[in-house]
Design a protein around this ligand. Structure first.
Ligand code: ADP
Ligand code: MG
Length: 681
């Protein structure tokens, strides 16, 4: 049978229903998604070392001649162990295999093989335990792919499937970029790029393949954005007219900042401009605490003044309640009726609210996903507001929008994304940036420190706790990672150098074991807990609740605390291995403290992180503006890393998922992909 990208994987030799189900878990359903299941890392088998120079514990390749047949022995646990002597002229190596009797005939005395495995050194000899081996030739590939895998389907099996698919040679992968774009950008053809990423012959070719695949990804994303932009132009819109906003302004407890005023003006113009041709699709982007809510309230006010209703959707019950309590009394005085609708609303209340929404008695409803349910109908929904927009999928947003003919949309984002990037990534939205904080905020005092200050820092944390405060300690990972010798896919490109690979992977603090150490050795007198993404959601909720209620003094965590945690009593955050984090991420993390009335501190720990990292950490000490930080980050690392790190927040909106990591290091490429898509759509 002829195969194409849409052929179900069950049609492949070796894929039965069990395997198909396992592949399904990885999101692989057809040939196309199998070919686009890219390696997450590569074994660097081209990293050939000599026996004499090999270091204990490192993973490397050796080109060795087998010098004698294997000796065999039985281990205490009853396993058969086969040991082959081999050499490369610089020293001797024992190559051992367990329970693999075929080794006796598979490996020939006098033949040369490339072995790849982890080194154990015993004096002048080394040993390789269960290495992979290939008969040596100078055509052996230097890089061997390692795939995202799942239990029951290891990377090696995925590799076999993909390899046999590529080796068939009869599957056409049609080019999906216009020829002139490929030519202008100097991009590798699609089928070649796919072959290369799975079977790389060199670092250069992987670099070129990734660039091609990244461009393709952005181009397709850009087409969708362009499509949505066009679609918007054909939509009906709730017509609103200029109205008197002074009652609203008079009711405010504060003077809006310049940025808030600008944003409100932009919203007002979107809604009431005489010559408008499409509904408002606007994002308000502003750091936590920059005062986005008042802009949303303002939009709702204008809407209600025009005889329409507004719906304000937020991701959590807590946020919904906060917004409701903030808005309802204020709006009541303006004659605007506000209701709260969440999963916790009692059935009786819910019925009342449904009715009020349907007959137009309720002007503004604030709620969670509960707003999307079918039961909710509006008399005249004119505005949808989504707070923390990254927490909602496009589909959810659309579902709410559909409840009103021509409803306008306002989404709010707390992720500082540089304007230049926002304009392309959120191309179908207009963007208002609130890049100014209300006056009087005490910034979180941020310092960069190294190991020599560790004891002092621990004392400082204890001191804060003694004063009644709480502390976060953030680590880059959940568990200790061992140096497995793998090259992460994102570092593999033409800029890769073998020397840089030789450097030992730094040991990083891991939340679980570090929390144990802290609890036992450093803060035995304090209450220490930990939280990370791998815990069950009920466990996470319980720990968070304990921290919120001040039943824990110190919360050790991974970046899971980045979003949605509000503990005003927490006054200090220690970030371990701070050089592992992106600046935007550090800024988001830092936003977890300084939410109460206490002076707050953020301590960035990094030991000998290199010049680049030091300048990044110094910037964090000096800069509190999330936009300035994001600009710097974007410039220094390129849009790929930036998007990747903020993927959660960016993806939900436009479904941009960068499968090809690390290839997008030039913001210009992003612009060019968008320009090309616009030209060709
Ligand atoms: P966010 O952008 O994170 O949603 P909020 O809208 O919740 O921020 O505002 C944070 C706090 O700042 C609120 O208590 C709000 O009342 C207050 N606030 C907003 N704007 C101003 C301002 N211009 N002057 C003083 N306080 C303000
Ligand atoms: Mg907010």
């Amino acid at each position: 049978m002829t195969l194409d990208l849409h052929t179900n994987i069950k049609n492949l030799a070796g894929v039965g229903s069990t395997r198909a189900a396992l592949l399904g878990k990885l999101g692989i359903k057809d040939i196309g998604s199998l070919l686009y299941h890219f390696p997450r890392a590569y074994e660097y088998r081209g990293n050939v070392k000599t026996v004499a120079s090999a270091q204990n514990g490192e993973t490397a390749s050796f080109v060795l001649t087998v010098t004698a047949p294997p000796s065999s022995a039985k281990t205490k646990s009853g396993k058969m162990i086969y040991k082959l002597p081999a050499t490369d002229g610089t020293g001797n190596c024992g190559v051992t295999f367990f329970n693999q009797s075929y080794i006796k005939t598979a490996l020939k005395v006098g033949a040369v093989y490339r072995f790849y495995g982890k080194v154990s050194r015993f004096g002048r000899q080394i040993e390789l335990s269960s290495p992979v081996y290939e008969p040596y030739s100078d055509k052996l590939l230097p890089l061997y792919p390692v795939y995202p895998a799942t239990e029951g389907l290891p990377s090696t099996q995925i590799h076999k499937l993909i390899s046999s698919l590529i080796d068939r040679g009869d599957i056409t992968v049609p080019e999906n970029l216009p020829a002139d774009v490929c030519e202008k950008e100097g991009l590798m053809p699609r089928n070649e790029a796919i072959r290369v990423i799975h079977h790389p012959a060199s670092f250069e070719s992987v670099g070129a393949a990734k660039r091609r695949l990244a461009f393709e990804e952005i181009y397709e994303f850009a087409l969708r954005v362009t499509e949505r932009k066009k679609h918007k132009q054909s939509l009906p819109f709730a017509d609103m007219k200029a109205c008197d906003c002074s009652p609203f302004v008079k009711m405010l407890r504060f003077d809006p900042t310049g940025a808030q005023k600008r944003t409100m003006n932009e919203i007002y113009s979107d809604l009431t401009r005489k010559d408008k041709t499409a509904p408002m699709r606007r994002m308000v982007s502003g750091d936590v605490g920059s005062g986005k809510t008042v802009c949303a309230q303002f939009a709702a006010y204008v809407t209600v003044q025009n005889g329409y209703q507004a719906a304000f959707m937020v991701p959590t019950e807590i946020l919904a309640k906060q917004h409701y309590e903030d808005t309802a009394p204020f709006f009541a005085q303006l004659g605007v009726k506000v209701r709260l609708l969440t999963g916790e609303t009692t059935a009786a209340n819910r019925r009342v609210i449904y009715e009020e929404l349907e007959n137009g008695d309720c002007d503004l409803v604030i709620g969670t996903h509960a707003l999307i349910t079918e039961k909710v109908k509006f008399k005249a929904l004119g505005l949808v507001i989504c707070d923390e927009q990254h927490r909602f999928g496009v589909a959810q947003r659309e579902a709410l929008l559909e409840k009103g003919e021509g409803a306008h949309l306002l989404v709010m984002s707390a992720t500082p994304i540089p304007r230049t990037l926002a304009l392309v990534l959120f191309g179908d939205l207009d963007v208002s940036v609130i890049d100014e904080l209300p006056p009087g905020r005490i910034p979180v005092r941020t310092v960069y420190r190294d190991e020599s200050s560790r004891d002092k820092i621990y004392d400082f944390i204890r001191d804060q706790v003694k004063k009644g405060r709480q502390a976060y300690i953030v680590c880059p990972s959940v568990e200790e990672t061992e140096d497995d010798g793998l090259l992460p896919a994102e570092v593999v490109n033409e800029k890769f150098s073998a020397e840089s690979y030789g450097r030992q992977v730094k040991k990083r603090k891991a939340a679980v074991s570090y929390a144990e150490t802290l609890a036992k050795d450093v803060f035995p007198d304090l209450r220490v807990g930990y939280i990370h993404g791998k815990l069950k959601s009920s466990e996470k909720t319980a720990i968070m609740a304990a921290f919120e209620q001040n039943e824990l003094d110190i919360l050790v965590s991974t970046t899971v605390i980045e979003v949605g945690i509000n503990v005003p009593n927490a006054s200090v955050m220690l970030v371990e291995d701070a050089d592992c984090f992106g600046l935007s991420q550090l800024h988001q993390l830092r936003g977890r403290v300084g939410r109460g009335k206490y002076s707050s501190y953020c301590i960035l720990m990094a030991d000998d992180p290199g010049d680049n990292a030091v300048s990044r950490l110094r910037l964090m000490e000096q800069e509190n503006n999330g936009y300035k930080i994001a600009e710097f980050d974007l410039k220094q690392r390129g849009p790929g890393d930036f998007i990747k790190e903020n993927e959660e927040k960016v993806r939900q909106h436009g479904m941009l998922k960068l499968r090809v990591a690390g290839a997008l290091d030039d913001v210009q490429m992003l612009y060019r992909a968008f320009a090309a898509a616009e030209e060709h759509s």
